[in-house]
Write a protein that binds this ligand. Sequence first.
Ligand code: B12
Length: 246
Amino acid sequence: MSAIDPKHVRAYGDTLNDGQIMLSFSLPVPFGEEAKEAARQLCRQMGLEAPQVYHAHDLGEGFTYLVVYARSPHTVDTTQLRVTKMATAQLGKDAIEALAAQKFTRRLRVLGACTGDDAHTVGIDAILNVKGYNGDKGLEAYHCLSVKNLGAQVTNERLLQEARAFQADVILVSQIVTQKDCHRSNLAALIDLAEADGVRQDVLFICGGPRLSHQVALELGFDAGFGAGTLPSQVAGFLVQQLPPR
Ligand code: B12
């Protein structure tokens, strides 16, 4: 077996350094041999070698879903990677409660919502509801936090109104739908509105969703962003460490 060279890492499929990758996509081509050939040609144009169609499925109405296995000749230098990460430590629930008891004289008020046209509530509920996510208790289970969940399709205007009434220390925004980058425009609009209302600096703004990252959140003017698979304790730990004593 050849050694792993961290400066020239290749995709791994069957054997180390074989460059094999699998990708899936849909084409507006009717199901059949033409659709498979179109997929192979597209992969070659992407620089992939020896593309093989492993799966093709008729999506109806002239569309085909395809899974292609192919070889990528490219490598990545993993010694030069630069990734924006949160500076806060990952803590368990007991450590978070203990830190909050030292730092704060009252419970922190956390307001959450899924905003814009987005009706996907499961993600924000996983973070906020007491039952939590993947065995990790939600923010409602924390003694140091007082939580209000506004649910789905909340406008930015209403979210800020509710934040004022609740005297929120933290606003949690969920964005799951990303079609035409609507999550970016909606999140950026919230920050613009908060700045215009003069409340931006008083509140910690955190967003989350499967296609969000900490880097994107910072670009949009948020204090932090959490992606797919986030655990509630990661969010609780971040906000308790990040907020100044109050
Ligand atoms: C369930 C579901 C629905 C349900 C939602 C029910 C509900 N009450 O939530 C229903 C059927 C209503 C629905 C509708 C639609 N859906 Co839908 N849906 C899904 C599905 C299958 C699962 C989403 C889910 O619940 N995930 C589980 C949770 C736990 O994961 P999560 O959301 O990623 O959340 C985690 C993290 O991201 C993070 N997180 C999330 N939010 C936040 C917020 C904060 C502050 C933090 C810190 C962390 C955080 O923490 C969570 C826990 O780790 C996904 C596909 C998929 N497999 O993801 C499509 C999907 C999201 N839906 C999609 C679409 C297109 C739609 C519709 C537009 C379909 C249509 N044409 O009508 C509508 C839109 C309705 C609307 N107005 O929003 C697309 C979105 C594509 C895109 N890139 O935008 C997806 C990806 C399906 C697909 N592959 O096409 N949907």
